[in-house]
Design a protein around this ligand. Structure first.
Ligand SMILES: Cc1cc2nc3c(=O)[nH]c(=O)nc-3n(C[C@H](O)[C@H](O)[C@H](O)COP(=O)(O)O)c2cc1C
Length: 186
């Protein structure tokens, strides 16, 4: 079982990374493999809304015209058994880098050749409100909408706020174990 974690934070020591790290512990402890990428370190432009009607190659061919790290990351998503999307909460919503990636992924899913790459793949979301602590539930709703829109089978969503981070770390460790051992028997 290979778990790919896609983080929308730029801080490898931040709260989002801590949350993903707890999940990683659970995955590794059950013999799973874990890889993580930080979106702000990658070159992923925002959607160009290529044509006057707002569409582009995404709808015609299930791929994006922009030549950056998007397509290689979609390759990783396709190869993984399970994908975890972990974002810091910005303005009660996803971080900009997470928006940019998922906006483009959603569009390619609208074509059959894009759809077959991720459709039905198990995925989960983690939203970490590390400031005042507000907005984690709203961000979770937003991220779930994106993941469902992209065709993932959303198996869990975990809102986290600064005030409950330590408690949620133990839940995320248990979730990591469950992703490896539990999900197939649900
Ligand atoms: C632009 C921006 C908007 C933010 N909005 C919120 C928010 O709505 N609620 C909240 O609790 N924290 C908010 N924060 C704080 C981040 O959630 C916090 O810094 C978080 O720890 C960042 O994650 P990281 O530690 O993984 O980098 C915001 C931070 C930034 C930079």
């Amino acid at each position: 079982m290979t778990v790919l974690a896609i983080l929308g934070s730029r801080n490898p020591n931040g709260q989002t990374a801590q949350a993903a790290g707890a999940l990683r512990e659970g995955v590794i402890s059950e013999g799973g493999q874990y890889e993580q990428v930080f979106l702000p370190q990658m070159k992923i432009e925002r959607c160009r809304q290529c044509e006057d009607d707002g569409w582009g190659l995404c709808r015609k061919e299930g791929r994006c015209v922009i030549e950056d790290n998007f397509s290689s990351l979609v390759d990783k998503v396709e190869k993984a058994n399970m994908v975890v999307f972990a974002t810091p909460v910005y303005f009660s919503d996803l971080s900009e880098s997470m928006h940019a990636f998922l906006d483009r992924l959603w569009r390619t899913w609208l074509h059959e050749s894009g759809k077959e790459r991720v459709s039905g793949k198990p995925a989960m979301g983690i939203c970490v409100a590390g400031g005042g602590g507000g907005g984690a539930p709203a961000c979770t709703v937003s991220l779930e909408k994106y993941l469902s829109g992209c065709g993932f089978d959303v198996v869990d969503m975990v809102p986290v706020r600064r005030q409950n981070l330590n408690m949620k770390l133990s839940i995320l460790k248990a979730t990591g174990k469950w992703l490896v051992k539990g999900i197939s028997i649900v």
